[in-house]
Design a protein around this ligand. Structure first.
Ligand SMILES: *Cc1c(COP(=O)(O)O)cnc(C)c1O
Length: 405
């Protein structure tokens, strides 16, 4: 039997084609080699697999369902739209899927503390949750701008016992939070582990986080057959770093008849600084320890980025996304702020589901795609998270539309 895509990707040095790898200062080489080795051992350990299955079922609330969005489908008048409900995962987004596993790995390595960055606060909340459950200390770095915008998640992290450290340089959002977390990690690498929040960073994180998130795709593959007795024709997920997208894509990469769309945020326009559509407008470059496609300014440094979705405004992207786009296996969709807010309200009022603004980008693209397709076609959207964290921001900036569209 030919080997599956997941068995053959990535190579021994941590590359997907030319993307990925590990570009880190010498002091971090040993800690990252330890993590790589620990993961190689744990990956096939029956105890690790059963521990993870246990927490997923009895603590996180997996499997999350797939819901048919009947009213939204009728509203769009084309292909049938289904939602994989990661908003129902404990803590309200897909992030806990890799956080629980990363913290089990941290314990296996004898670490006492986990450190991470967070954008919208979802990764911070998920990691603080996993740290509380497994009894480790937790330190979260967050841009000052996001601290104000995502206030409820900051409070949650603190209640869960985490220390929240503001990133005060540059644009004070996600990229700066990563810079700040790395800086803090270097002198603490003996007792702490950096738990990256997406399929980004140096090897082995892009592979490890993908593997931990692949539970979304493998569940979805079985569940979708219950609804349609067939695989979905199209799968759509928003892409920040790309973990929820890799999570749902990974189970379908060998199924060539399934079209895979990663949706990037167009923010408020196509000028550099107004969006975070990295794969669409970026070029090859190394940042945060890995080679990928990146948005650069005139000096080749990471460009300023913007999106209404705080979890998707990142100037690089997971190396596997760069690879899959280049090979033609995935396609890129685009949604801007306005379309995301429209989808936010439509999903709320037509389906009773308030989506995260990040996820609303995927819903918005699904609505556009559905309209171009016949009624017997299907679309599965990965609804990466719920929108409770965004309600104050949305209501202050965008009036509630008339319930009848
Ligand atoms: C963090 C986050 C994202 C973006 O991260 P990916 O790694 O691209 O998945 C998307 N949606 C939600 C709800 C998030 O919390």
């Amino acid at each position: 039997m030919p080997k599956s895509y997941l068995e053959t990707h990535l190579d021994a040095n941590g590359f997907f084609g030319k993307y990925g790898g590990s570009f880190i200062p010498p002091v971090l080489e040993k800690p990252f080699a330890d993590i790589t080795q620990a993961y190689a051992e744990l990956k096939n350990s029956p105890k690790f697999i059963s521990d993870l299955k246990y927490v997923r079922k009895h603590y996180q609330g997996r499997p999350t369902p797939i819901s048919y969005a009947k009213n939204l489908t009728e509203h769009c008048g084309g292909a049938k739209i289904y939602l994989k409900r990661e908003d129902l995962n404990h803590t309200g987004a897909h992030k806990l899927n890799h956080c629980m596993a990363e913290v089990i790995l941290a314990k296996h390595l004898g670490k006492k503390k986990v450190i991470a960055e967070t954008g919208a606060g979802q990764h911070g909340v998920a990691l603080a949750t996993a740290a509380a459950y497994f009894g480790l200390e937790c330190e979260i770095h967050m841009g000052e701008v996001d601290i104000i915008k995502e206030h409820p998640n900051v409070v949650r992290m603190k209640i869960l016992g985490a220390k929240v450290i503001p990133a005060t340089h540059g644009l004070k959002t996600l990229k700066e939070a990563v810079d700040s977390a790395f800086e803090s990690y270097v002198p603490q690498a003996d007792e702490a582990i950096y738990c990256i929040g997406s399929v980004v960073g140096p090897h082995p994180f892009p592979m490890m986080v993908r593997d931990f998130q692949s539970v979304i795709g493998f569940e979805a593959k079985e569940q979708f057959l219950e609804h349609e007795e067939n695989l979905p024709d199209n799968i759509i997920a928003c892409v920040g770093g790309g973990s929820n997208a890799m999570g749902i894509f990974s189970a379908f990469i060998d199924d060539k008849e399934v079209a895979l769309y990663g949706v990037e945020p167009m923010g408020r326009g196509d000028k550099l600084g107004d969006h975070a559509a990295t794969l669409t407008y970026g070029s090859e470059g190394v940042m945060h320890g890995f080679n990928s496609i990146m948005l650069k300014d005139a000096n080749g440094e990471p460009a300023p980025v913007y999106s209404i979705g705080s979890g998707i405004d990142y100037p690089s992207v997971g190396p596997e996304h760069a690879y899959l786009k280049e090979t033609g296996r995935t396609q890129i969709g685009l949604s801007n702020d306005e379309e995301a807010v429209d989808a936010f309200y439509k999903l709320s009022q037509l389906e009773g589901i308030i989506p995260a603004l990040e996820s609303a980008h995927a819903v918005a693209f699904a609505m556009k795609l559905a309209k171009t397709l016949p009624k017997d076609k299907t679309i599965l959207v990965n609804l990466s998270g719920r929108g409770d964290k965004d309600i104050d921001f949305v209501i202050e900036n965008y009036p509630i539309p008339n319930a009848k569209f």
